[in-house]
Design a protein around this ligand. Structure first.
Ligand code: HEM
Length: 215
């Protein structure tokens, strides 16, 4: 009986994680394309566009860096891609980290000028620092061939990258709930990434427990 149930449970888990990865990639590409359209001035809030044109170098670094990173990043978690196209994974990873550096430095520079006052400045500023730090840690771990730690740091890093998606989801939900932008923005400067990081830490802790139990 157990032998009959086990493969189906395993298959279902694999299917579910494949589906979640696909959804994550689709949402990430959508926001990445939005960022490209924003940079090309095809779309975006006119107030943001005007402010960003006042510090065009750092804001462009941020938006272009963020777009490249969010479009590429999701694919790095595909086991199939990693196993079949290891060189592609390596080169995509290098490009990803270079653009985290560009986007992160840009993000750090524009954080003190963001909408939403000091709460938002601090939220985005801390996010930029942690984004840079986790990218650096992921790189340092893979240089010393510590694959498990590299994977954990990349998950943390991407949880923050994915904040660009969750930020827009929360903004939409809060607007739907009647919360005005000036109140919503400082909140989402934190809400967009702190829960993402908590979920990743929780997943990593569960995985470590599983490994300890089986070892
Ligand atoms: C994870 C680290 C990130 C940090 C610290 C960060 C920080 C910021 C800050 C401070 C602003 C300016 C807000 C304002 O002026 O009021 C901003 C805007 C923006 N960011 Fe990011 N961001 C991050 C990730 C990303 C990613 C991955 C993308 C890629 C899609 C992205 C795309 C944008 C765009 C397009 C804007 C313009 C405003 C808008 O249309 O929403 N950011 N970001």
């Amino acid at each position: 009986m157990n032998q009959q149930i086990f493969p189906t449970t395993l298959q279902r888990t694999k299917w579910l994680s494949g589906l979640s990865l696909a959804l994550m990639i689709i949402l990430s590409i959508a926001i990445g394309l939005y960022a490209i359209a924003f940079q090309a001035r095809v779309t975006g809030d006119p107030g943001f566009q005007l402010r960003f044109s006042e510090y065009s170098v750092t804001s462009s670094m941020h938006v272009i860096g963020g777009a490249v990173v969010i479009i590429l990043g999701g694919f790095q978690f595909s086991t199939w891609l990693r196993q079949h196209y290891t060189q592609v994974h390596r080169w995509t990873g290098r490009i990803y980290l270079i653009f985290v550096l560009i986007g992160g430095v840009g993000g750090l520079m524009i954080a003190p000028q963001s909408a939403g006052g000091p709460t938002a400045h601090f939220g985005f500023g801390l996010l930029a620092l942690l984004w840079l730090f986790s990218g650096w840690q992921a790189y340092a771990c893979i240089r010393r061939r510590d694959i498990q730690a590299h994977r954990a740091w990349m998950m943390r890093n991407y949880a923050m990258t994915f904040g660009a998606v969750t930020l827009r989801i929360y903004l939409g939900l809060l607007a739907g709930a009647g919360v005005d932008f000036p109140e919503a923005y400082p909140l989402v400067a934190w809400l967009s990434w702190v829960p993402n990081l908590i979920i990743v830490e929780w997943y990593l802790a569960l995985k470590a427990q599983g490994l300890n139990a089986s070892g």
